[in-house]
Design a protein around this ligand. Structure first.
Ligand code: NAD
Length: 489
């Protein structure tokens, strides 16, 4: 039976289902980027609130802007906004719930004006985002807003209806400002250090390019809370729809499968109120920084430490590499000797336990996370997650060997050919620029590292360059696995 509002009661004994009346939920949140992660994380937390009888005016209206979101529109429309979220424990046990918090969905290109009207409507008090690291248009070398993008330029020119997140959100803010309405809060839930501060700078810059007065108003009046988000959510596996049907007799055309762990640390800075997230396990704090540094530099940077070496070693699934004792020791060495010294004390967190838990989460075979997912869009990830560790360690004289080797493993991977001469399918918006650079390093070993738009002045640090070249040479002469083994000792 297909999952729909009318069929929910049929499944109620087999999966957990909303017991609240969804028809009474109104939207207070508009969310851009309804993908796997949002549906495993924020939408799950809001669903928990609704289940507790709280936050009936904080339902979610999803907003899609990219062609790829048409499918989400169609699925959610067919399923009345319902989808299943399954958490799979390392022993393979499934726990599944139909999530009810997405009560509306708009695909903006269908009707941009209606999308702007929704954002302008005073009921919309939070606009949240999971639009990927690349979605913010941050120039890697300067950290400033990069307006050199066809969509951004078109939205700045303003001759057509807004089409990007920046265009839509800013148009709505401009209308609210003219109408004397308070702005909504913009809540970034992407994996970017200081995601709220970054969102403030990027949206402020876009608004200022439209109209300097609006730019200052956005920078001063709009709240952009920082947040640390965590739940490893792979791309929905191909067999997930069939698996859900087999287990529960329910057809969900786009289910989400994720790990049991979830964490959200949220800065308490909201202009027009917020749901009582602290009631459902969210840590609401004054300063998110220590938590997000911990998460980005231990979890996300370790993902990068694992993925290129893992791929080149022949692994395709994250847990396969994470279960390899050499990889485990290598990751632990990176975390202990290089990342941890750059962290601040994290209130209430035992870092050693956190790191061990991380390695166990990576090793969870049940969720089938792919190395390809971690390798995608590396040019957005390495500069944001790993290079801050390198810079901090260079400044204090700390160890950088593992991090340098990770950068080298990316450089080797970016050549687009594996250790057996087979083609690697590189997914990166800078691919056409990076592949030739990476290939040139066979003759000129620093060619890749010399790309200042990504690596800034790293090439001017002899200590880093030495470690990087040693790793690159080892990758070439001895191979990825032997290089990891050596670093793991
Ligand atoms: P996904 O591919 O399932 O969904 C991404 C969504 O973002 C899609 O709706 C897509 O259309 C939209 N999007 C992408 N680029 C955009 C742009 N330029 N403008 C507007 N919308 C854009 O990916 P996901 O797994 O949901 O992850 C999304 C983001 O969430 C990640 O990039 C990361 O920052 C954050 N996150 C993910 C995880 C995870 O484990 N998947 C964990 C923590 C944080």
């Amino acid at each position: 039976t297909p999952l729909r509002a009318a069929t929910l009661t049929e499944f109620a004994g087999r999966v957990s289902t909303p017991t609240y009346d969804r028809s009474r939920i109104s939207t207070g949140i508009a969310h851009f980027g309804v993908g796997g992660f949002h549906r495993a994380h924020q939408a799950m937390y809001v669903d928990r609130l609704l289940e507790r009888g709280l936050g009936q005016d904080w339902g979610i209206c999803g907003v899609g802007v990219l062609p790829g979101d048409r499918r989400m529109r169609d699925v959610l429309r067919a399923q009345d906004g319902l989808y299943t979220l399954s958490t799979v424990a390392p022993d393979g046990a499934w726990t599944t719930r139909a999530i009810g918090s997405l009560v509306e969905y708009r695909y903006a290109p269908d009707d941009p004006e209606a999308a702007v009207a929704k954002l302008t409507d005073p009921v919309t008090r939070i606009v949240s985002l999971t639009i990927t690291e690349g979605g913010y248009h941050i120039a890697a070398a300067t950290g400033e807003f990069d307006a050199d993008d066809p969509g951004i330029r078109a939205d700045l020119a303003g001759s057509a209806p807004p089409a990007t997140v920046f265009g839509l959100v800013t148009e709505a803010l401009a209308r609210r400002r003219s109408a004397g309405l308070a702005p909504f809060t913009v809540l970034s839930c992407d994996n970017i250090e200081g995601n709220g501060d970054v969102a403030r700078r990027m949206f402020g810059a876009f608004a200022a390019l439209r109209d300097p007065g609006l730019g200052s108003w956005v920078a001063e009046q709009v709240r952009f809370p920082n947040s640390m988000v965590d739940r490893i959510t792979p791309v929905t596996p191909a067999g997930a729809t069939g698996e859900v049907e087999r287990r529960y007799g329910l057809i969900d055309r786009w289910p989400v499968v994720t790990e049991p762990f979830a964490q959200w640390v949220l800065e308490d800075s909201f202009g027009l109120g917020r749901p009582a997230f602290e009631e459902v396990g969210v840590q609401v704090v004054d300063d998110v920084t220590p938590y997000e540094l911990m998460k980005l530099r231990l979890l996300n940077a370790s993902h990068q430490a694992l993925c290129y070496f893992g791929y080149l070693s022949g692994y395709r699934l994250v847990h396969e590499a994470a279960q390899d004792p050499d990889f485990r020791r290598f990751l632990l060495r990176y975390m202990d000797a290089e990342a941890t010294p750059t962290l601040r004390p994290v209130p209430g967190v035992d870092l050693d336990a956190y790191k061990r838990t991380l390695l166990d989460r990576f090793a969870n075979p049940a969720i089938g996370d792919t190395i390809a997912r971690l390798c995608a869009e590396s040019s957005d990830r390495i500069p944001k997650w790993l290079l801050p560790v390198v810079r901090a360690q260079l400044a204090t004289g700390g160890e950088i060997d593992c991090a340098a080797a990770v950068v080298a493993s990316w450089a080797r991977y970016a050549e687009g050919v594996d250790e057996h001469g087979a083609k690697i399918e590189i997914v990166d918006r800078l691919r056409d620029r990076l592949t030739p650079l990476a290939r040139r390093q066979r003759r000129q070993p620093t060619a890749f590292l010399g790309e200042r738009s990504l690596f800034g002045d790293l090439i001017d640090h002899p200590r880093f360059v030495t470690a990087y070249l040693a790793a690159l040479d080892s990758l070439r002469t001895r191979g990825a696995h032997a290089t990891v083994e050596e670093l793991a000792r």
